[in-house]
Design a protein around this ligand. Sequence first.
Ligand SMILES: *[C@@H]1O[C@H](CO)[C@@H](O)[C@H](O)[C@H]1NC(C)=O
Ligand SMILES: *[C@@H]1O[C@H](CO)[C@@H](O)[C@H](O)[C@H]1NC(C)=O
Ligand SMILES: *[C@@H]1O[C@H](CO)[C@@H](O)[C@H](O)[C@H]1NC(C)=O
Ligand SMILES: *[C@@H]1O[C@H](CO)[C@@H](O)[C@H](O)[C@H]1NC(C)=O
Ligand SMILES: *[C@@H]1O[C@H](CO)[C@@H](O)[C@H](O)[C@H]1NC(C)=O
Ligand SMILES: *[C@@H]1O[C@H](CO)[C@@H](O)[C@H](O)[C@H]1NC(C)=O
Length: 455
Amino acid sequence: MKFSSSALGALGASFLLASGTSAIDLTVTDPASIKSATKAIAANLRSYYTGDRLGDTPGNLPDPYYWWEAGAMFNAFIDYWYYTGDDEYNAITTQAMQHQIGDYNAFMPPNQTKTLGNDDQAFWGMAAMAAAENNFPNPTDPTQPSWLSLAQAVFNTQVVRWDTLTCGGGLRWQIFSFNNGYDYKNTISNGCFFNIASRLHKYTGNQTYGDWAEKMWDWELSVGLMNEQYHYFDGTDDTKNCTSVNHIQWTYNAAVHMAGAAAMWNATGSDVWKTRLTTLINSTDVFFNLDGSPNIMFEVACESNGKCDVDQRSFKAYLARFMGWTIKVAPFTSTMLLPKMTTSAAAAAKQCNGGANQTSCGLKWTQNGVNDGSFGVGEQMAALEIMQILLYDQVAGPVSMATGGTSKSDPSAGTETQNPPITFNSITTGDKAGAGFVTTLVLIGIIGGAWWMVS
Ligand SMILES: *[C@@H]1O[C@H](CO)[C@@H](O)[C@H](O)[C@H]1NC(C)=O
Ligand SMILES: *[C@@H]1O[C@H](CO)[C@@H](O)[C@H](O)[C@H]1NC(C)=O
Ligand SMILES: *[C@@H]1O[C@H](CO)[C@@H](O)[C@H](O)[C@H]1NC(C)=O
Ligand SMILES: *[C@@H]1O[C@H](CO)[C@@H](O)[C@H](O)[C@H]1NC(C)=O
Ligand SMILES: *[C@@H]1O[C@H](CO)[C@@H](O)[C@H](O)[C@H]1NC(C)=O
Ligand SMILES: *[C@@H]1O[C@H](CO)[C@@H](O)[C@H](O)[C@H]1NC(C)=O
């Protein structure tokens, strides 16, 4: 390619404008610009990961990141490859996913099971589901489980945890009774199950998954984890038979339900699901209406007051991810989603100018390009996701068994070996502290009633 002198002039000018303001130059309508911006953001995200180093554990992020967030990060890399075609991170992703499979071939590795929540397991399960839907390269070792079967195993291990002793059903947050949070039926655990069931239904056409998705949706509505406008609340206390709800709203709860509802609409074509999805998307306005920043995503419960913890700083990544998923699977949503996607992506990119390489993204996208200096896996992943989904019209959309999906189905995955006891390895103090902290937060929310912000 040759540069004309006028092109050189334009380049020089844009370089001058860019230097000192933003190292990430994003034109939201230009695929080449989106690819080069996301390439830099992804490289920065990858720099946090050490699990592929000799002597380290594939799939783990160093402190302070919990195991579930690593699963979420590999999902982001799977989607990065799908949207951009850049396979730079495929090898570390495959290695990590396979190393963390654990018991039941269902993402229950012994190092984690002692503190494992249904939501933790599900974030890895959703990564496997994304690998199947994107036709991510299948394992070359034929003894390794397929991506699809890993998602099916997560479904199968969770469906037997459906608990009718209290609240008329639902999943508990924690899997094991000795953990803090066993008495809490939280929305993200139930919502992730809904997400996986709906996507398995769309992918395989198997009605059993669809029936469970319907059942979960109805149950969440019945106990008030969502209201009639499909606002999603944090969770509910099972010692009170789920009569008291913690009303904090998080982006990731709306996110997992959005994709699930889109999958159900796609699979059924029903007007009921169309209305649910439309209403749900409309209700995400609560995350896009900060004064003076219309259509720019923010974490309403903790961003303005600076109280977002490490986990919470990643939540916007999942709302972005599933907006991109939804626009492919339920294209009628594009008029609602596109303004939010493009405005948020432009705002995120504008402040990704921190750190030595000027590619570190802060938490707040609503400050007109001012980087707030909050760096980490969550902040970086959220910016990556909101930018890469802009390539939605460059990709075919998630495949299914009927439309070219190559990942092998195993409907009984995760059920064959229920006899051997689950193995627990010793856990680190970091894990214990983390679980305890979340529970404290949750109890504050319940006592206070309808809390809007984390305090
Ligand atoms: C910054 O750039 C260097 C050299 O390209 C690279 O090795 C490093 O991983 C980058 N760091 C971040 C945080 O992107
Ligand atoms: C469990 O922890 C040990 C010790 O840190 C490590 O060697 C091993 O690879 C880990 N296994 C998994 C599946 O993470
Ligand atoms: C607990 O809640 C469920 C579902 O809302 C209800 O069917 C059941 O009767 C309640 N049990 C008690 C003891 O109140
Ligand atoms: C969208 O939300 C607004 C409140 O933010 C509400 O007034 C309106 O009725 C909702 N529209 C739909 C279609 O749900
Ligand atoms: C269902 O989703 C697929 C992508 O997974 C998309 O190609 C197809 O157009 C969607 N169906 C409808 C009716 O929109
Ligand atoms: C559908 O899924 C259910 C639940 O996992 C399973 O028991 C059944 O065998 C599946 N049916 C087919 C035809 O794959």
